[in-house]
Design a protein around this ligand. Sequence first.
Ligand SMILES: Cc1cc2nc3c(=O)[nH]c(=O)nc-3n(C[C@H](O)[C@H](O)[C@H](O)COP(=O)(O)O)c2cc1C
Length: 298
Amino acid sequence: MLAPMAGFTDAPFRLLAERFGALWTVGEMVMARSLLRGSAEAHRLLRPHAREGSRVVQLAGADPEEVARAAQVAREQADPRAIDLNMGCPMPKVVTRGAGAALMDDPERAARMVAAVRGATGLPVSVKLRLGFSQVNAVGVARALEQAGATLLRVHGRTAAQRYGGQADWDAVREVARAVRIPVVGTGDVRNVEDYRVRRDLGVGVAVARGAVGRPWFFAEVRGERVGAAERRAAAREHLRLHLAWHADRGEVWALRAFRGHLKAYLRTAPAEVRARALALERADEVAEVLGIWVPGT
Ligand SMILES: Cc1cc2nc3c(=O)[nH]c(=O)nc-3n(C[C@H](O)[C@H](O)[C@H](O)COP(=O)(O)O)c2cc1C
């Protein structure tokens, strides 16, 4: 699976991951309240792409009824296959509002949210969680979410207090998987095919986030397919093309700036001065040319 990343997993990147074999992708986090208030940005994040198969909308919020209403809006606008609830985000501006990972400390409210969203939309509801907020309590939370009707759990093997520090604890993810009957997918620190195999052999699903940035062919590699240099360069250029088309209404300069995180990752093995020059380019044809030369072959 491709795990969601705000600022990265927009429709073009999700499409590419799907083409390389990702079974499931999830859109960027949308705050339920922003959506209900009519925020243009929140509505923009929901836009469905006609060629996307997965179409999973991720919502975050604190109040179960409010999130359920936002899920209805999302269903009408985006025709998603499922709603994914964010109970894992550790950012202060999210948790201080009682949303994201703050829900790990309130399993009863977390469970009500799952039930409310299911009831309001009739759609499958998956949940992204952490091992806990500051104490590890994911097994208890997972059982409550399953009971409330969640269909899949994606567990980041760190507490919210750990943010992104230290190592993700996949043994703890496996414990969650053993405690419930619904599928459990782990996330955290999968960077290469070997990392993937070790986690898969624990008997849990595997989602990858940062390891797929600048490497959408990761999903083909874990299936044992070889993706050569020419195919990688073509994929990076196709990503740029899809990205420019998807964000065309904001203009080329805006779209190229929004592509920089991806570009930096595609050029990770290029000399520093090539990377610096590429990141300052303001013309798409020049960026395409750089990708055609510098995306690494292996
Ligand atoms: C830049 C960035 C943005 C993220 N945005 C989201 C998000 O919107 N929703 C979410 O559930 N997780 C989000 N995550 C967490 C990832 O989905 C994933 O759980 C985490 O990065 C650990 O996996 P990894 O080591 O494969 O990156 C984000 C992570 C990063 C690095």
